[in-house]
Design a protein around this ligand. Structure first.
Ligand code: ADP
Ligand code: MG
Length: 642
């Protein structure tokens, strides 16, 4: 530990102060011997900009990594020249207007998506998205080459990795990467795959709002502090807006609800400034669209104006005889409708979480666009509380990722930080019911097991079907995997004991195993998230579980009653066959009638009637069942010496 810190400090001396002490402490950089120091970086892979940060081993504060004279932000843009050589970041951004069909921006919007998911937004993208008529992941076509969103994101990650290595003068192989809270499994897996492709071992994928909260020290309380906090994280970036409500208890972050607009952000602020200038100069919009280079210039000027107006009262410039004048007041009045849209999302997110504004303890501001003072003011007015905006809003997510990385590296032993499962996980049981082993919002890593048995005498196999979702019937949930536990030795129904275990590791990967305890036979499977599941589907699943809650409960009760009834019919029949000589004719007749009535109730799908007939059959058989049992015990006793 001491060695680790020392060496790491050396790295910083070398980097920031440019003092080369290599010879003195005897570490040979060219052999990569510093690799064992295990630098874990935190990465904010943003839609507009990406950043990499680390925990400063000396100050114990997170810092974003940047070259001496450059910005810490890498624009999330990839340009391919005619030889397919990629350029990433600032160098690629300048090609957005000159070579729009070879310059990819917003690749993050395509992560884990099928063509079906994105086809309605095709006009947003200036590059070619391929419709291959399947549900598989989209591809982007450039010349005669195809790139997946994973390929594109990996190029951005590789650029960040290279920059970090250059600054730290040490190989960087491990990272924590952030994703929006609403990302589903497929999108998270795609992000992980992009990291792998970039040569990074992705130790953890964490939610952006969680990272932002960590950067404000929220949720970093010492162990055993059970203080509960509810926070709102307002994230207005370049092209997207997200609002999340998190509950933090005991260092565990739970996403209560998320809302937002995937096509609303700082770019829209720029657009309304351009519209304002065109209007003031009497230039029709169509005319501008024809002039590509002027469009590009105005876009750059508008972004500049916006940033200046975050600090000054007026912006003034002239381009090709067009007056680019705008005051802060003018700017604020034209962006009010856009900010109002975000406030509507804030209302919805509270409603979804079942909370009112006064229950929010803290509001955290994230994203470059929250530097606009009016945004901060309107959000603060809405939540009627002070807001956290002291940490640089473009860096706050990356800084939080670095804090998480530090915790994973074992440097911060006082903090316990856990993720939770977004949807319940379980298996299918008799009647197509969902039997939940790991409920929604469980801590990760997590383990659960339960015993099951067979329904039929001599049953030699058991099908284990794994599902994810909140509905009572598996047919309404999402199937993750299925396998057979075969080779169960022949036994009467109910005798085999099959233990099914679920284990989710820290990466959220689920291993399901089944073991028949008497014979020891076992089988297991690792569940990989499926591609092609859209945000809308996930949202729909959650909404449907709420909508259908009442009928689901009724259906579950009916299915359980039917299963119980069928089992009772089974055991009664076996008992009758075995003991028919000890039963009177009247008893036989009464039992047959009661069984018939129960069978009929099951066929009629009438839960109350089934329960009534179960009772009746039990009442009928109880007297002779007891008598026969007593006789058996008596016989056994008479053979025993007391
Ligand atoms: P993302 O999370 O989508 O990658 P960022 O958080 O980096 O995006 O936000 C980028 C947006 O922030 C851009 O629209 C940019 O113009 C805007 N922005 C950056 N600085 C300022 C500022 N000082 N004032 C207003 N907007 C800003
Ligand atoms: Mg962001």
């Amino acid at each position: 530990m001491a060695v680790l810190t020392k060496a790491a400090i050396f790295i910083f001396n070398f980097t920031f102060l440019n003092i080369c002490k290599m010879a003195k402490i005897g570490i040979n950089l060219s052999t990569g011997s510093l690799q064992k120091e295990e630098i874990i970086v935190g990465i904010d892979l943003g839609t507009t900009n990406s950043l990499v940060a680390i925990m400063h081993p000396d100050t114990k504060q997170p810092i974003v990594l940047k070259e001496f004279d450059a910005s810490s932000m890498v624009p999330s843009v990839v340009y391919f020249d005619e030889f397919e050589n990629p350029k990433v970041g600032e160098a690629a951004k300048s090609f957005l207007e000159i070579a729009p069909d070879r310059t990819i921006f917003s690749a993050k919007r395509l992560m884990g998506k099928s063509y079906q998911d994105v086809k309605n937004n095709q006009s947003f993208f200036s590059y070619r998205i391929i419709d291959d008529n399947t549900d598989s992941m989209v591809k982007v076509q450039i010349g005669d080459k195809f790139y997946s969103p994973i390929d594109l994101s990996s190029l951005i990650l590789k650029e960040l990795k290279t920059r970090a290595e250059h600054i730290l003068k040490t190989p960087v192989n491990k990272a924590v990467i952030t994703v929006p809270a609403y990302f589903n499994d497929a999108q998270r897996q795609a992000t992980r795959d992009a990291g792998k492709l970039a040569g990074l071992d992705v130790l953890r994928i964490i939610n952006e709002p969680t990272a932002a909260s960590l950067a404000y020290g929220l949720g970093l309380q010492k162990l055993n502090d059970t203080n509960e906090k509810v926070i709102a994280v307002y994230d207005l970036g370049g092209g997207t807006f997200d609002i999340s409500i998190l509950r933090i208890v005991d260092g565990i972050f739970e996403v209560l609800s998320t809302n937002g607009d995937t096509y609303l952000g700082g770019d829209d602020f720029d657009q309304v400034i351009i519209d304002y200038w065109l209007n003031k100069n009497g230039i029709p919009k169509d005319e501008l669209i024809k002039n590509k280079s002027l469009t590009q210039t105005l876009r750059i000027k508008a972004e500049q104006a916006k940033k200046i107006l975050s600090k000054s009262e007026i912006y003034e410039d002239v381009v090709e005889g067009i007056s680019l004048l705008i005051s802060k007041d003018n700017f604020e009045s034209i962006i009010i409708p856009l900010i109002d849209k975000t406030i509507d999302c804030c209302k919805n997110v509270l409603k979804d979480a079942g909370l009112n504004r006064s229950q929010i303890d803290t509001v955290v501001m994230v994203g470059g666009s929250t530097r606009v003072p009016l945004v901060t003011k309107m959000v603060s007015d809405f939540f009627q509380t002070d807001i956290n905006d002291s940490v640089n809003p473009d860096e706050v997510v990356a800084l939080g990722a670095a804090i998480q990385a530090d915790i994973l590296s074992g440097n911060n032993k006082e903090t316990l930080l856990l993720d939770i499962t977004p949807l319940s996980l379980g298996i299918e049981t008799a009647g197509g019911l969902m039997d939940v082993l790991i409920p929604r919002n469980s801590k990760i890593p997590s383990k659960a097991s339960r015993q099951y048995t067979t329904q039929i005498d001599g049953q030699s196999g058991m099908r284990i079907s794994v599902f994810q979702g909140e509905r009572d019937l598996v047919k309404d949930n999402r199937k993750l995997a299925e396998f057979n536990l075969s080779g169960i030795p022949g036994m009467p129904a109910g005798l085999p004991k099959v233990e099914v275990s679920f284990l989710i590791n820290a990466d959220g990967i689920l291993t399901v195993s089944a073991k028949e305890l008497r014979s020891g036979i076992s089988q297991s499977i690792e569940v990989r998230p499926q591609n092609g599941l859209s945000d809308n589907q996930v949202e729909k699943m959650l909404m449907e579980s709420i909508e259908h809650a009442k009928e689901d409960i009724a259906l579950r009760a009916l299915t359980e009653a039917k299963t119980e009834g069928e089992q009772l019919l089974n055991t009664t029949e076996k008992f009758m066959v075995k003991n028919k000589n000890s039963l009177s004719n009247e008893e036989l007749l009464l039992t047959a009638n009661a069984m018939q009535a129960l069978q009929l109730a099951i066929t009629m799908n009438d839960k109350n009637l089934i329960q009534q007939k179960i009772e009746a059959l039990n009442d009928t058989s109880r007297p002779y069942a007891e008598r026969i049992m007593n006789e058996a015990i008596g016989k056994a006793m008479s053979g025993t010496k007391i």
